[in-house]
Design a binder for this molecule. Structure first.
Ligand code: TPP
Ligand code: MG
Length: 361
């Protein structure tokens, strides 16, 4: 018998799928128990997010939004996983994961303020179990291990979920966080949205591993690779991870295979310089909205009228939210200083006095 294990391990990680690209059920046994209303709600959220993404890109180009990382293509991965959570569960998002926290309760205008770098965007209402989106790649993995351990100690019967990308899975923090959470059987769910690129670096250049899911093995935790363009598969995998976490069985690593259609962020990268149009076409065919729409239409649960209602609602909400964001008081230098410390050190006290005087003129 061969003592080499890599091939044996890698061959175990098949892609979990429920709906194929045609919207046909290919894995009836794994079909989650969702009501017709819940299925429609999932579609509604994906359509809403696609429209919001288009609007956010235009608003950014008009200079009316700040930092923005496009999400089109990743809707099933983002929203299918969030849909498996309870309101009391904690989300530790990355910079792209704004749809999940908005559907977890963050008001849209606050997401816009966060994009503008306004402090009010980061003041998450107390009743929402959401952390501020993490910009440091991979840092949220370690933080999630800690939050999940705290939730377990307090016997809250809740989980902590976090998101990173394929690039995040190449960071040291990623291994440390998973290892720690595994050792303490902390109720954590680690989602890696593998959109194949860390800005311009393809996943093949980041790691020799055939899957990201298999990285769970060394941490002694469950790992699963999921078709991230299949909202039902993402939902079912996350729901299962949540159930096991609450049963004391420890964390799960979920790799969702997905794609971002747009640029990395709106700060100026040009995807045509690192992605071929063939690759773009290949992934457009897997589109999560097209697939789920076909599935729902087959069940008579979706039509053009429903779709248009969502589009109109999204546009109206965005218009309102931008107005509300515009109405937020302008950020002052004293705000920034004031939030840093409970008791200001002497040098900042001086600056506080200086700027308080300037701002009162
Ligand atoms: C520790 C750290 N190193 C580098 C960066 C710069 N950076 C911002 S996004 C990014 C790529 C991340 O790619 P991935 O994890 O695949 O997520 P995606 O943007 O594709 O969703 C990098 C390297 C950073 N923010 N933090
Ligand atoms: Mg990526």
């Amino acid at each position: 018998m061969s003592t080499r294990t890599l091939e044996q391990v890698e061959s175990q990680f098949e892609t979990f799928q429920i709906l194929n690209e045609e919207g046909e059920v290919v894995n009836e046994a794994a079909m989650p128990e969702l009501s017709d209303e819940q299925l429609q709600e999932l579609m509604r959220r994906m359509v809403y997010t696609r429209i919001w993404d288009q609007r956010a890109i235009s608003l950014n180009r008009q200079g009316r939004l700040g930092f923005y990382a496009p999400v089109a293509g990743q809707e099933a991965s983002m929203l299918g996983s969030q849909f498996a959570l309870e309101k009391k569960d904690w989300i530790l998002p990355g910079y792209r994961d704004i749809p999940q926290i908005v559907f977890h309760g963050l008001p849209l205008h606050q997401a816009f303020l966060w994009s503008r770098g306004h402090f009010a965007g980061g003041q998450i209402p107390d009743e929402l179990n959401i952390m501020i989106p993490q910009i440091i790649i991979g840092a949220q993995i370690i933080q999630t291990a800690g939050v999940a351990l705290g939730l377990k100690r307090k016997e809250t019967n809740t989980v902590a979920i976090t998101y990173t990308g394929d690039g995040g899975a190449s960071q040291g923090d990623f291994y440390e966080g998973m290892n720690f959470a595994g050792a303490y059987k902390a109720p954590a769910i680690f989602i890696v949205q593998n959109n194949r690129f860390a800005i311009s670096v393809p996943v093949e250049k980041q790691s020799a591993a055939k899957t990201i899911a298999q990285k769970a093995v060394a941490a002694g935790i469950e790992g699963i690779q999921v078709d991230g363009m299949d909202v039902l598969a993402v939902y079912a995998a996350t729901k299962d991870a949540r159930t096991r976490a609450l049963a004391g069985e420890g964390p799960t690593l979920i790799e969702t295979l997905t794609y971002r259609y747009g640029p990395h962020t709106m700060a100026g990268d040009d995807p045509t310089r690192y992605r071929s149009s063939d690759l773009d076409d290949e992934w457009t065919k897997k589109d999560p909205l097209v697939r789920f729409r076909k599935f729902l239409e087959g069940k008579n649960l979706w039509n053009e009228e429903k779709e248009n209602e969502v589009v109109d609602q999204a546009k109206a909400d965005i218009k309102e939210a931008i107005k509300e964001a515009d109405a937020a008081p302008k950020q002052k230098v004293t705000d920034l200083i004031g939030f840093m410390f409970e008791d200001l050190p002497s040098n900042l006290r001086e600056q506080m006095e200086e700027y308080t005087a300037k701002e009162s003129k």
